[in-house]
Every structure is written in C-alpha cells, then in structure tokens.
Ligand binder design. Sequence first.
Ligand code: B1M
Length: 215
Amino acid sequence: MSMDLSNVSEKLMEGKVDELKQLTEQALQSEVNPADILNQGLLPGMDAVGQKWKDGDMFMPEVLRCAKAMSGAMDILRPHLSEGDMGNAGTMVIGTVAGDLHDIGKDLAAMMFEGAGYKVINIGIDQPNENFVKAVKEHKPNVLGMSALLTTTMPRMGEVINSLKEAGIRDQVAVIIGGAPVTEEFAEEIGADLYAPNAGGAVDITREFFEKKSA
Ligand code: B1M
C-alpha cells in the first residue's frame, strides 16, 4: 500500500519519540511497505536533521532527540526489513575506535546500512584495535566501518588496517571510514578503501565500490 510518509519525516524531525513509534506501527498495520517507511519517511527526515544541524538551524539536544526517535522507529521496523523485501546486501561490522566515545554518526551509518539490506554488527564505542580484527575474523563481513570524531583517535583507524594486514585478512573486507575530522586524503593515506562524509553517502559509495569490483 502506498501512503504519504511525510508525516513520518516530520515527527522524526520534531524528535517525537513516542509519536513516531506509534506512526511507524500504524503504517505497518496499514500494510505500508517497510522499505518505504524507511526510504520515504525516516531517512529523508534524518537527512533533513543532518542538514539543519550542519546549517546551524538545529542544536545538539534536538539532534540527539531525533536520533532517539529514529532509533525507536527502527526497533519497530527492523524485524520487518530483515524478513521482507530488502535483499541481503552483505554483512557489516562497525564501531568507534579506541579512546573515542562518540556514537551518533556511527549509529546513523549503521542504520543506513541496515536500511540498505546489510546485516550490521555494531560493536560499539571505544573499541580496541584487536576487537575490530576479532569481529572481522568472527563475522566475516564484506564491509568494515570505523568512525572517529577526535583528531587524537583517528590514527587508530590506520592501526586497525595494519592489524588486518598482519592477520592476513585485509583483502577479505572493504574498509570504510568516517567521522567529522576524517578526510578523503586521510583515508588514502592509511589505505582505507572508502571514505564517506555522511552516513547516507556511505551506503551509496559502498554499493558503487562493489559494483565496480564485480564489473
Ligand atoms: Co565531543 N567533540 N568530545 N562529545 N562532540 C566533538 C567531536 C568536537 C569537534 C567539539 C568541538 O570541540 N568543537 C571535539 C573534537 C575536536 C577534535 O578532535 N577535532 C570534541 C571533543 C574535544 C570532545 C571531548 C574531548 C570533550 C572533553 O571532554 N573535553 C570529549 C571526548 C570524549 C571521548 O570521545 N573520549 C567529548 C565528548 C562528547 C560527548 C560525550 C559529550 C558527546 C558525544 C555523545 C555521543 O556520541 N553519544 C559529544 C558530542 C555530542 C560532540 C559534538 C558536539 C557532536 C558530535 C555528533 O554527534 N555530531 C561534536 C561537535 C561537532 O561535530 N560539531 C564534538 C552529529 C553526528 C551525526 O555527526 O558524528 O560527525 P558525526 O557523523 C556524521 C559524519 O561524520 C559521518 O556521518 C554522520 C552524518 O551523516 N560519519 C560517518 C560518522 N561516522 C561515520 C562512519 C562512516 C561513514 C560516515 O562509515 C563507517
């Protein structure tokens, strides 16, 4: 069933946690395609939040509230997405590097990948280098995502890549990095495969990467 999902985006942008949950449940009960709820409701809402935040039209407490609303809606939607009509794009392990407690951008990226059909193993914040390597060995993902928000913790990303090489598993996984201080140049410097300035773009460039690889 099709439905105008702009109210889903609006409730998300207003950070209405409970109302957004109710709306998501109602949409599912009305047999709206779960992928549409995500792609036409939640993700455009979250994109708009990101833009407002960038433009200085929204402040951190509001952004946190919106992320909480997104997360609550995703808890309801997730079982329907994994069962349903979104293909299994692969597996992703994602985490924030050691010494770094920032998780909002990392969780947004995790949600975007989940929405794009990835099975996402989110190992959390402040993860020692060896935990990334351990998770790659254990879950055999095709994508490893790392997030860093501090200039002092960015070097951990290169160290993880070196540890993957030492473990002989670097070639098994595409490494994507992101976070406010991270740049394309830095990604090249440390030998990451991909860099994304935002969580939504991360999914697109990963998709392109695998398409080129298999062409
Ligand atoms: Co922190 N903090 N913080 N902080 N904090 C920053 C990052 C800072 C820029 C603020 C500032 O000084 N202007 C600064 C870093 C300076 C630097 O190193 N360059 C800073 C600092 C200094 C600190 C502390 C050291 C402060 C202190 O204690 N003196 C401390 C460090 C703690 C630690 O980590 N060890 C600290 C603590 C905290 C809080 C705990 C209070 C809180 C974090 C809460 C949480 O995450 N649960 C916090 C916050 C909220 C911020 C700011 C204000 C906002 C970060 C955020 O969530 N942004 C931040 C200032 C800023 O960024 N303007 C700041 C929203 C989020 C959606 O954006 O994470 O960039 P972001 O994610 C983006 C992209 O980067 C990208 O996608 C998202 C958009 O779609 N992205 C990826 C991120 N990860 C990705 C991964 C990908 C792909 C894309 O693929 C894997």
